[in-house]
Write a protein that binds this ligand. Structure first.
Ligand code: ZN
Length: 138
């Protein structure tokens, strides 16, 4: 947990989220999250700047996915939700659902780019074995 808490502190500072009270729950099981497909989840109340982030264990994530388990990238993704919470829309019109999906994609692209920049990586790492299974690679 020490390493994970250090990463939380590091990215909270980097993203300017020091004034948020964030509870981090690691090694979560699928049933701990609202959707079993998710690797992480963040529940926040922006008016009081409180949030609870849950991230699954590497075992729950498994090896059979296109994207490998990456705790730090998932953490940054969940933290970026707090940055974007200023733009939260509470109604559920068709347009707001589409915007929400697009925002989610943007958040994930940004999380990946930020973590790659920190690590000095330029290529997105995919699970090559999984891609072979899906015949996307020859
Ligand atoms: Zn998300």
């Amino acid at each position: 947990m020490i390493n994970e808490l250090n990463l939380l502190k590091e990215w909270q500072e980097r993203l300017g989220l020091q004034d948020w009270a964030i509870t981090l729950k690691i090694n979560c099981k699928q049933e701990d999250l609202s959707n079993p497909e998710w690797q992480g989840e963040n529940n926040w109340v922006s008016s009081i700047k409180c949030s609870t982030i849950k991230i699954v264990s590497p075992e729950v994530h498994g090896d059979d996915r296109i994207l490998k388990f990456d705790f730090e990238k998932t953490l940054v993704h969940e933290l970026l939700h707090l940055k974007f919470s200023l733009l939260d829309i509470t109604d559920r019109t068709y347009e707001s659902v589409v915007v929400d999906d697009l925002r989610h994609q943007l958040i994930d692209d940004l999380a990946r780019a930020l973590v790659m920049a920190k690590r000095g990586e330029t290529k997105r790492k995919l699970n090559c074995n999984k891609l072979k299974d899906m015949s996307l690679e020859d």
